[in-house]
Design a protein around this ligand. Structure first.
Ligand code: BTN
Length: 253
């Protein structure tokens, strides 16, 4: 099926983020390996101006923990926001990004720790936050959002899509909705850390009170998130704080 060419409201997006990040550039690429990889390469080459980079097609999209991220032209939104950032501490940043994206999209979206967006038991979006070292730190927050239903192949549960909520949804409209809140969240995090996001995360926490199994085999009950953004799990050995680099979490069946 031939899909309509997307029309990206570049000026409206720039205007939406300008209150928190004046001078940001919005750039649309027909294809790149990965918007996160591209911004990390640019940062390592000294290009650290704020940019919101959208790819209509990613040939090597990356997910968390070394996984890939598949998307198809027109049926997905894939973008990364890159900006210099200097928070007092970094822990909780990726959760704050998840809160901002979920709030901007729909009240029914929940967060599966650390920052996956789920709708009715199915994943709709993923977030990959990376930090480039250098004279000043450069944060890259990448978002992959399913706009239309994706093939269920390779998934234990078929992914959700924004059109499950809004049949008319499209990638440019979704980006326009999210861009301002996302930039604002990064700025808030820079000034105040995870504190402004704690209660908002708790309101969407899908794991709270549920049995979870960690990838190292530990089992327990999820007890919300610590002020650092770590997952709290009550186990037979006591309350454990789990950081995102250690484990992945699946609700026990
Ligand atoms: C995950 O759920 O594992 C995170 C997925 C993140 C995907 C987005 S798509 C835009 C940006 N570029 C990438 O290569 N990854 C992120």
């Amino acid at each position: 099926m031939v899909k309509d060419q997307a029309v990206w409201p570049v000026q409206a997006i720039e205007a939406a983020v300008a209150p928190w990040l004046p001078g940001i550039t919005v750039e649309i690429l027909p294809e790149v390996d990965s918007t996160n990889s591209e911004l990390m390469r640019r940062a390592r080459a000294g290009q650290t101006a704020p940019v919101l980079l959208v790819a209509e097609c990613q040939s090597a999209g990356r997910g968390r923990q070394g996984r890939g991220w598949a998307s198809s032209v027109g049926d997905s939104l894939t973008f990364s926001l890159g900006l210099p950032l200097a928070p007092a501490a970094w822990s909780g940043l990726s959760l704050a990004v998840g809160v901002a994206v979920a709030e901007a999209l729909h009240p029914r979206l929940g967060l599966k720790w650390p920052n996956d967006l789920w709708l009715d038991g199915r994943k709709m979006a993923g977030i990959l936050v990376e930090i480039a070292a250098g004279p000043e730190r450069y944060a890259v927050a990448g978002v992959g959002l399913n706009i239309a239903a994706r093939s269920a192949q390779g998934f234990s549960t078929p992914p959700a899509a924004l059109r499950d909520l809004w049949p008319e949804a499209d990638a440019p409209g979704a980006l326009l909705r999210m861009a301002g809140p996302l930039v604002r969240a990064l700025r808030d995090f820079e000034g105040r850390g995870f504190a402004p996001f704690e209660a908002r995360y708790a309101a969407r926490d899908l794991l709270q009170g549920r049995q979870v199994t960690l990838s190292d085999g530990t089992a327990g009950t999820a007890r919300g998130v610590h002020p650092t953004g770590a997952l709290l799990v009550e186990t037979a050995q006591g309350l454990q704080t789990i950081t995102s680099s250690e484990v992945s979490v699946r609700p026990a069946s």
